[in-house]
Write a protein that binds this ligand. Structure first.
Ligand SMILES: Cc1cc2nc3c(=O)[nH]c(=O)nc-3n(C[C@H](O)[C@H](O)[C@H](O)COP(=O)(O)O)c2cc1C
Length: 167
C-alpha cells in the first residue's frame, strides 16, 4: 500500500485545460474510483453522468457563473445524488465519490475542478439541460482534462484546526 499523502497534497483545482482529448480508459478508471467510495450503510446514493458534447459543455459554462472552464475541459463529470436512497447522507456520500473520482484523476495525470451546484438556483436549469430525472440532485460539475496551468494553494495550519481529547 502506498502512502497517499503526497498525492493528496499535490492535487489542485484546474481551471485551464489543454485542447487534448482524455482517453476513455482513464475516465473509466475515475468512475471506478467513484463507485468504490464509502457510503452510509453502503447505500451508494449516487449516479454519475459524463458529458463530452461541446455544445452542452458550452451551455453549462453559460449557465454556471463560476464554471466557465467546463467549456475548455473535454470531459465534465456530473455526480448525481439520490435522496430517496439515503435522505440524510446522499450529499456527503456523493461528495466522497466525487473526491475519489478527483483523486484517481490526479493520480493518472488528469486535472479536475469541482463547481458546486446542489441547492443553488442554477440546479433546475442544469437538470433540464441534462435530462436529469426529478428525484435526483446535481451535486456539481467536475471539469476533467489535461491541465494547462500549475496553480498553488495554501491551507490553514493544523495547529489552528486540531484539538486533542477535548475542545
Ligand atoms: C463543494 C465545492 C464547490 C466548489 N465550487 C467551485 C466553483 O463553483 N468554481 C470554482 O472555480 N471552484 C470551485 N471549487 C474549488 C475550490 O475553489 C477549491 O477546491 C479550493 O479553492 C481549494 O483549492 P484546491 O482544490 O486547488 O486545493 C469548489 C470546491 C468544492 C469542494
Amino acid at each position: 500500500m502506498n502512502d497517499a499523502l503526497d498525492l493528496l497534497k499535490s492535487r489542485r483545482s484546474i481551471r485551464k485545460y489543454k485542447n487534448k482529448p482524455v482517453e476513455e480508459e482513464k475516465i473509466q478508471k475515475c468512475l471506478e474510483a467513484a463507485r468504490w467510495a464509502p457510503s452510509a450503510s453502503n447505500k451508494q446514493p449516487w449516479e454519475f453522468l459524463i458529458v463530452t458534447d461541446e455544445k452542452v459543455r458550452m451551455k453549462l459554462s453559460e449557465i454556471h457563473p463560476y464554471a466557465k472552464f467546463v467549456s475548455e475541459s473535454p470531459v465534465v463529470f456530473v455526480p448525481l445524488t439520490n435522496p430517496e436512497i439515503h435522505q440524510k447522507y446522499h450529499m456527503s456520500d456523493s461528495a466522497l465519490a466525487t473526491m475519489q473520482y478527483m483523486i484517481e484523476a490526479h493520480s493518472i495525470g488528469l486535472g479536475t475542478c469541482w463547481a458546486g451546484v446542489i441547492g443553488s438556483s442554477l440546479e433546475p436549469e442544469i437538470k433540464e439541460l441534462l435530462d436529469v430525472p426529478d428525484n435526483l440532485n446535481v451535486l456539481g460539475l467536475v471539469a476533467t482534462g489535461y491541465a494547462n496551468e500549475e496553480p498553488t494553494r495554501t491551507r490553514k495550519e493544523l495547529e489552528d484546526l486540531v484539538h486533542y481529547e477535548k475542545y
